[in-house]
Write a protein that binds this ligand. Structure first.
Ligand SMILES: Cc1cc2nc3c(=O)[nH]c(=O)nc-3n(C[C@H](O)[C@H](O)[C@H](O)COP(=O)(O)OP(=O)(O)OC[C@H]3O[C@@H](n4cnc5c(N)ncnc54)[C@H](O)[C@@H]3O)c2cc1C
Length: 382
């Protein structure tokens, strides 16, 4: 076919196609497709049952009644910077906390720095120091997946089990504000790079009106206006969702695909010349033996033993991983459990045991959480 004939034919075809696209029935179909894509009325059904459980984990949130410890102390010949105690908010606040800790390292004047701990706090601190030109070695007892950071849900929850409300001080407020702002901005810069970070809708499915969120700071107070970075939660009408419940609310937030992010941070750290050494520290005195004069302590709940910090206590949390459903791109929370869709599983969670050091998963807890979600899932579209 010569070029002119080809153009003529394709032109005719295109005109014919666009004429067809404008017929009333085609427009109705197109409108319906747009509605399906953008509506919460047509959500894919969750496949939830005990025989789909592939893994269970229990992680220890490093909860500190005074809030995260990000401060400097001189210890003999060493400068010690602490960055631990982020409770249920460590993933959310990691980058901002890393920035605060890196600022404290600057005043030590050292260029070679030891970071102890290779969880999300240690890795982001190490990367932040590399951004500023430091030569960093991470010393750690364990790495992913045998760390708390690997056992987290991975959602934006910057003030969850973070501080005892009575201990909120102006100093805490300033650090929190900066950590929140820096972290949120950093996560937006990770959007679009694969699916390390994604925005997801979450449906709160209840038989009673919405209870206040489980946050440690009073977000309705005007001074916390900087936390208003998420779209407003909306109450859905009956015909706007597929759930069988009296009250359904939709909110939108970020999900962190944890295994990929930990790998990304580790790979980047090594690519920029960082080194990782496996080593356990029993007490602060053990830090003395390190070659580096400046040490950043990012040991999470491990800091309890190393520093004897009386304000630090574990809050254990169990997760059940079900076979991933990659086409499900929304979350559910209901009384007693929530789901989160990640690449490595459809995760069901919802336990908080203050003071528990027990990391053995309980079948009973898994069953309770899975059944709570199954009740909601089975009644979709009924
Ligand atoms: C069930 C659950 C759900 C969660 N969900 C979320 C969420 O949705 N969003 C959110 O923001 N946060 C969440 N969190 C909280 C978050 O996981 C933690 O705040 C965060 O992982 C703490 O990171 P970390 O680096 O301080 O601790 P860790 O990940 O525990 O890392 C500590 C590191 O220090 C090392 N270490 C410890 N002791 C020693 C020692 N003696 N010597 C040498 N090395 C040592 C460890 O081996 C490890 O490498 C959740 C936690 C749990 C348990």
């Amino acid at each position: 076919m010569n070029r002119r004939l080809f153009l003529k034919n394709t032109g005719v075809l295109t005109l014919a196609a666009s004429a067809a696209a404008c017929t009333p029935s085609a427009m109705r179909i197109a409108k319906k497709q747009v509605n399906i894509l953008h509506s919460s009325r047509y959500l894919p059904k969750l496949r939830i049952s005990m025989d789909r459980v592939i893994k269970e984990t229990v992680g220890l949130r490093p909860y500190r009644t005074l809030g995260p410890r990000i401060e400097k102390e001189e210890l003999g010949s060493k400068t010690l910077v602490h960055n631990y105690g982020h409770g249920g908010s460590g993933w959310s606040l990691s980058w901002g906390s890393a920035e605060l800790a890196a600022d404290l390292v600057i005043s030590s004047g050292e260029k070679k720095v030891a970071v102890v701990g290779c969880g999300v706090i240690g890795l982001t601190t190490a990367r932040m120091l590399q951004f500023r030109g430091y030569d960093v070695t991470i010393y750690t007892k364990e790495m992913a997946p045998n760390i708390t950071s690997s056992k987290a849900t991975g959602t934006w929850s910057p003030s969850h089990r973070l501080i005892d409300k009575e201990n909120i001080s102006p100093e805490f407020f300033e650090k929190f504000k900066r950590a929140h702002t820096t972290s949120f901005r950093t996560y937006q810069n990770l959007l679009g790079l694969g699916d390390y970070v994604v925005w997801t809708d979450s449906y709160s499915v209840r038989n009673e009106p919405r209870l206040e969120q489980d946050h440690d700071v009073d977000e309705s107070d005007e001074k916390y206006a900087f936390m208003n970075v998420l779209p407003q939660t909306v109450a859905l009408k009956k015909d706007e969702h597929p759930f069988k419940a009296d009250y359904v609310y939709r909110s939108t937030s970020m999900v962190f695909n944890i295994p990929s992010l930990l790998k990304l941070y580790t790979d980047d750290f090594l690519r920029f010349g960082g080194k990782v050494k496996i080593q356990e520290f029993k007490s602060l005195e053990d830090f003395d033996a390190l070659a580096e004069k400046c040490v950043v302590n990012c040991t999470g709940i491990g800091a309890k033993q190393i520093t004897n910090d009386e304000c630090l206590t574990p809050i254990s949390g169990q997760l059940a991983f079900l076979i991933p459903q990659n086409y499900v791109d929304y979350r559910i929370n209901t009384r007693g459990a929530y789901t989160i869709n990640r690449k490595d599983g459809m995760i069901v969670g919802g336990t908080h045991n203050m003071g528990s050091w027990n990391t053995t998963p309980s079948k009973e807890d898994t069953e309770k959480m899975v059944m709570a979600i199954k009740n909601v899932a089975d009644q979709m579209y009924t």
